[in-house]
Design a protein around this ligand. Structure first.
Ligand code: KPL
Length: 302
């Protein structure tokens, strides 16, 4: 039976999903046993304690997993997933849920016919503490979650992912998931590097001084996506970027936080994905290249 849900990646989103899916008894796959976890939710002010079910990454018994949700960062996907593939059943569906784009291009050819789903979530989740005995994750907002099929069997993959869509508020099945991911990419490609470079909260990008750069970032992305077969509405996308800037005005973007904590950033999967697709298609994207160079120069580990 391949009815279990596995979650690969015990970061804040992985732990939050584990709790949201608790009635389906998901399995958290990791290097170490998962301790009890507290989910502090700003939505109802409650604190929920739960004990994730845990299985070690080198456990060869993964054949009962029917849906593997991968919540590691884009740059970790291939290293985390490849060693597990031979232990997964031939019909296990894989769902990638990370910021940015790119790993699906490497993963699709090696999945050997398994369904490949892609998704994006704007659920807010912060890991506040992760000791040996207990983890604490704060659920800060419901944001939109979109999931869709890239390759495989639509009916089978939709039924595999339905428990997840039911468990999260504001989650929807998305027919054109690549279009949704390019749209989300535009938001991250404008906000994340600029907040990291200027060491500011998202809201500061609403000032006039950033307007030309944001417009150019969106325009280059729209041109690249069009050459890649995805037609985006440039003015609607620009409006969406500014809407997110307003709605998350007080937040520090994930890239700002990565730089501030000396962690590897997701620049390669965000502006780097646009640059590499553009290069492959013979398009120049000087603003995205500039964002990459400036974020790399900030000195966090790349
Ligand atoms: O997704 C985000 C991120 O920080 O990675 C945004 C939408 C920019 C919110 O901060």
């Amino acid at each position: 039976m391949t009815s279990r849900i596995g979650i690969l990646g015990a970061g804040a989103i992985g732990q939050l999903l584990c709790w949201q899916l608790r009635h389906h008894q998901p399995i958290l796959l990791g290097r170490q046993a998962a301790p009890d976890c507290f989910i502090h939710t700003d939505l109802d002010g409650q604190r929920h304690r739960f004990s994730p079910q845990y299985r070690q990454l080198n456990d060869k018994k993964l054949s009962d997993i029917g849906l593997l949700i991968v919540t590691v960062k884009a740059y970790q996907v291939m290293d985390a997933l490849l060693p597990l593939l031979s232990s997964l059943s031939a019909d296990c569906a894989v769902l990638l849920l990370h910021n940015g784009m790119g790993p699906h291009l490497q993963l699709a050819p090696v999945l050997q016919g398994r369904d490949l789903l892609l998704g994006t979530t704007s659920q807010g989740a912060l890991r506040e503490a992760s000791g040996r005995d207990c983890w604490h994750v704060r659920h800060t907002g419901t944001g939109l979650t979109q999931i869709g099929l890239l390759n495989g069997n639509p009916a089978r993959s939709k039924s595999r992912v339905q428990p997840l869509l039911d468990a999260i508020a504001n989650a929807e099945w998305t027919e054109d998931i690549l279009m949704a991911l390019w749209q989300k990419l535009a938001v991250n490609a404008a906000i994340n590097p600029l907040t990291a470079i200027h060491n500011c909260r998202n809201g500061e990008l609403a000032t006039a001084g950033h307007c030309a750069t944001i417009q150019a970032i969106v325009a280059e992305l729209v041109t690249t996506a069009a050459a890649d077969g995805i037609i985006l509405d440039e003015s609607a996308l620009l409006a969406r970027v500014y809407q997110v800037i307003t709605l998350t005005a007080n937040n520090f973007s994930s890239m700002h936080q990565d730089v501030a904590h000396g962690r590897q950033t997701e620049i390669d999967a965000i502006n780097g994905f646009v640059v590499s697709r553009a290069e492959a298609l013979g398009i120049d994207t000087p603003y995205h290249r500039d964002m990459m160079a400036k974020v790399r120069a900030l000195g966090s580990v790349q």
